[in-house]
Design a protein around this ligand. Sequence first.
Ligand SMILES: [Zn+2]
Length: 288
Amino acid sequence: MRKSCLILFAAAALVSANANAWGDLGHRVTALIAYRHLTPSARTTLDALLAGDSDTLTGPDFASRATWADKYRNAHRETAAWHFVDIEIDAPDMAAACFHFPALGGALAGAGPAKDCVVNKIDEFAAELTNATTPRAERLLALKFLIHFIGDLHQPLHAADHHDRGGNCVLLAALQGQATNLHAYWDVDVVEALGHSPEQIAEKLDAGLSGAEAKKGSGGRAADWAMESFEIARRDAYALHDLPTCRHRGAVALSADYAAQARKDAATQLLKAGLRMAAVLNQALGAS
Ligand SMILES: [Zn+2]
């Protein structure tokens, strides 16, 4: 009895931990793709930065460090809102969703206001990482937030909302995989459907990509990526007969067509996140 309670508790903890971001699998995939596209000098600088990190929240390797910000959030709730930008699908307003892009006023980005969004934090942490005079500890923090947040922003339900906490309040009528709500379905289930390991999924998504496609896919800035994610969410993630909200709860059934489109979107978004992460890191670390 006690053991089964513990197992249930552990399972519930796992589901809730997964309910706020691409699961660890998605973040590992984006990091592995990014690493393949780093220049030799960016790779050397990155490896040296990570080698100086003694944090035990995750493993020390780059793919594990891409999951660090989710673990850090558990004891640092002031960073929770930095993982998403809730642009409302019925009244899109990125500035409002970003709390009007609060300025740091000289503070380090890692100590910035809790009310901020993933778009602003990506820009802030990228600037800190690029600046070689940033204090070493902050530069490492900037790197770890950045390699997580670029992934998060490419999960469509991290850039869109329908008064449902980005799909967290929308229950699934039938379990597809381990997810019980729409947000977790896009975080975890669609990624798990792409392959059996992060290495294999990264290899599959990256293989066959031409140099021109990689260059084209890696362009733009965080605000552009947010709107792209938002449009995918509006078009596909919220393509449902009913749109329950946190106030008017309900469950939705996902059709086979919906699931197929979701997997296609996830594959495209994970690849773009990886390419864009590489572009940001090459720019920030390539010359230092
Ligand atoms: Zn996250």
